[in-house]
Design a protein around this ligand. Sequence first.
Ligand SMILES: C[S@@+](CC[C@H](N)C(=O)[O-])C[C@H]1O[C@@H](n2cnc3c(N)ncnc32)[C@H](O)[C@@H]1O
Ligand code: SF4
Length: 443
Amino acid sequence: MSAVPAPALVDRYRTRAPRYTSYPTAPQFRAITEAELREPLSQGQGPVAVYVHVPFCQRLCHYCGCHVEIRKNRDLGAEYVDAVLREAALWRAYQQPGRELGQLALGGGTPTFLRSEYLSRLVDGLDAIWPRARGAELSIEVDPRTVSPEELDALPKIGFTRVNLGVQDVDEQVLAAVNRPQPFPLVEQAFSVLRGAGLSQVGVDLVYGLPSQTEASFEATLDAVAGLRPTRIALFQYAHVPWLKPQQKLIERFARPDSDGRTHMWALAREKLGGAGYVEVGMDHFALPGDELVSALENGSLQRNFEGYTTHAGLDLLGLGVSAIGGFDGAYAQNTKDRERYAQLLGEGKLAVERGVLLSADDVERRRVIMSLFCNFTVDLGNGDYDDEKARLGRFVDDGLVTIDGTRVSVTPAGRFFIRNVCAVFDRYLEADVATRRYSETA
Ligand SMILES: C[S@@+](CC[C@H](N)C(=O)[O-])C[C@H]1O[C@@H](n2cnc3c(N)ncnc32)[C@H](O)[C@@H]1O
Ligand code: SF4
């Protein structure tokens, strides 16, 4: 499964395109009011998914593209949790009664910046607002460098069922170049403590395209990480967006893999992880057979949202905390990124939503197409008027990347590398956007 896309193809299709964690994508968001969200919020039914953004980290990784705030004082967590719980109660008031919590994800930043007692207060507080649905998944992103064994041990007791460890790379030189000193034994220890505590669902994040990374160093990273048998591996291509994240300029003095090198790393990961028993899920995830992502892939229920791929089809997603994005049937909503303003608005009993978009019928239909392609690599266009798009897919068909059979569009194994390009064909806003260079390169 390791076919390396030909360099000429990669060159031909290189462009800037979104990762489609939403459609329409964030640049289409505009100022939106609480009143406009009332209707989409009141329509939803069934369990809700909740994402809580915890922006704090103790040290800045120079590659980081997330919304973070560097702080040393972990006591800040107490007031932040209180604000998030106030926010949750405000959202709840707009919803129909009787809704339960189907999925909770804590991301960031570094959610384990919150001491165990604050994490407990957060989970218990959310439980009081949305009773937990049977089989609910509670996941948390963990930085192995800044969490103690006691704090790891507490996670399943607090209620977490899944942990995602930010590893990124294991090579000392790479980690030094990105300001993330992280001896590998720390990662091994995190695995052993979590498993000892009875938590078996442990995933790992890796990034390729980082400074000082070579194919050989990356191969060693893949071997070391696969050897720990995480149930999931997320493999992100490094997004270099220094116009948005100025600290990324600091790594420009180191050599970074070029497009050819990155393409080889991607192919190498597919080959090595496939050989180690992992199933490729969507664009950038791998999971062991038996993991829910693999079952969702097999039964066509895989979904995509701001956290990447998810198994919880069709749940309303509420985003709590600074900068968090939520998505419901007819709208997306993003909170302010300013923590003081966030606290102030909630103190006044108002939601902290700043931007968002109400979806037109055309947006909803295109979202269906793009999400299906991104998750399942195939879509039935149904009765939609997609003559233009089919014509624009002609060159993908000629290059063996896509097949079109009546109303069914499918991405071939060779075309998977170009999935962002394929989806971009169905994005009616993209052309105007790309001129402003707001996305990272596709390859
Ligand atoms: C919130 S962090 C994970 C938790 C924790 N803060 C840590 O670093 O261990 C989310 C993930 O986003 C990925 N990431 C961050 N910046 C990125 C970038 N510029 N390009 C691609 N992936 C990135 C990393 O893999 C990282 O683990
Ligand atoms: S990668 Fe994780 S720890 Fe590093 S700055 Fe970003 S969010 Fe914080």
